[in-house]
Design a protein around this ligand. Sequence first.
Ligand code: 5GP
Length: 199
Amino acid sequence: MTDHLTGADADRAPAPVTVLAGPTAVGKGTVSAAIRARYPQIWLSVSATTRAPRPGEIDGVHYSFVSEPEFSSLIDNGQMLEWAVVHGRNKYGTPRGPVEAKVAEGRPVLLEIDLAGARQVRESMPEARFVFLAPPDWDTLVDRLVGRGTEDAEERERRLATAKIELAAESEFDVTIVNDTVDRAADELARLLGVRDLT
Ligand code: 5GP
């Protein structure tokens, strides 16, 4: 059964790697962006993806945007800690080298990935801590998905179907954080990583 975050959870020694997953449109990207902006002590893994950049996304910051052959060669050379096809479309993966380097430096490391990726990390790195970002309720999740307006109707349906399956996976995780407000969720996550707001 999943622990909901309590003082005791937050005070447990931080794991070298923390994995943040959760249903589509729950706001993982927004919470990650808040972590990037407010907690520079935390190293946020930069995923490789075959999807095209959205406006405002910077190569090497938000993602490494790679071609299909480049992605395949990262897999073939054993350079992916995990990877998955997300929403039945594009490939996303976590390059292994930078994660291992930051762990060796003692930096708190955060991976923001999908559920399939989280399961792979659990196999290869069981010492990681797995955090489920949950919506306050289903209607809020649907509102966020529709409100974002970056996907067409077919894509939205596909993502909602994925979200239902992903919500059911909460019990596989060590800790749940409810994304009621982005800053509060980011603070709770940073506290889990052993980092406190310096401001
Ligand atoms: P988006 O295309 O909206 O940026 O991301 C779509 C989904 O891909 C999100 O659920 C996100 O968590 C997931 N994702 C991003 N990077 C990775 C990764 O490196 N590995 C896996 N497995 N999923 C990822």
